[in-house]
Design a protein around this ligand. Structure first.
Ligand code: FEO
Length: 167
């Protein structure tokens, strides 16, 4: 049995993951408009991952005898000044996701809901990777300080990112 309160928070987080997918698509569009197709690919894949995260919540909610409710998706930021700014916003966003997941985990533990704790543990681990990936790219971009050769090489590397299946 899962409380109404926890179910609502799980549903909100499902919607937040779908919102994240949309945010990253806007970042992909910015990169593509700058002819940085590798960076665009990175964010397209990131957006697809976020969709899969949302679907993990969707499936869990239904496995727990709940019902997923889709909410309105707000307009993401479409204007960026630089790649550094894009990754600063991406890192800030991932930190927000981490704090939301931590809050959900606290709630699941308080309710003694072991199934939710087990489910959320995957996201706790995933967030370490998500934050780290944004932070690494941001730090490298800052070190390059606009050097086009460095950005060009990174763009080629990020073009190779593919969508990994998630369990
Ligand atoms: Fe699903 Fe990037 O958090």
């Amino acid at each position: 049995m899962i409380s109404e309160k926890l179910m609502k928070e799980l549903n909100d987080q499902m919607n937040f993951e779908f919102l994240s997918s949309y945010y990253y698509l806007a970042m992909a569009a910015y990169a593509a408009s700058e002819d940085l197709n590798g960076f665009a690919n990175f964010f397209i894949i990131q957006g697809q991952e976020e969709y899969l995260h949302g679907m993990k919540f969707f499936n869990f909610i239904h496995d727990m005898d709940g019902r997923a409710f889709m909410q309105a998706i707000e307009e993401p930021n479409n204007e960026y000044e630089s790649l550094v700014q894009v990754f600063e916003k991406a890192l800030t966003h991932e930190r927000l996701v981490t704090s939301r997941i931590n809050k959900l985990m606290d709630m699941a533990k308080e309710e003694g809901n072991h199934a939710a704790v087990s489910f959320l543990q995957w996201f706790i681990d995933e967030q370490v990777e998500e934050e780290n990936s944004m932070k690494t790219i941001l730090n490298n971009l800052k070190k390059m300080d606009g050097n086009f050769q460095g950005i060009y090489i990174m763009d080629k590397e990020l073009a190779g990112r593919v969508l990994e299946p998630i369990q």
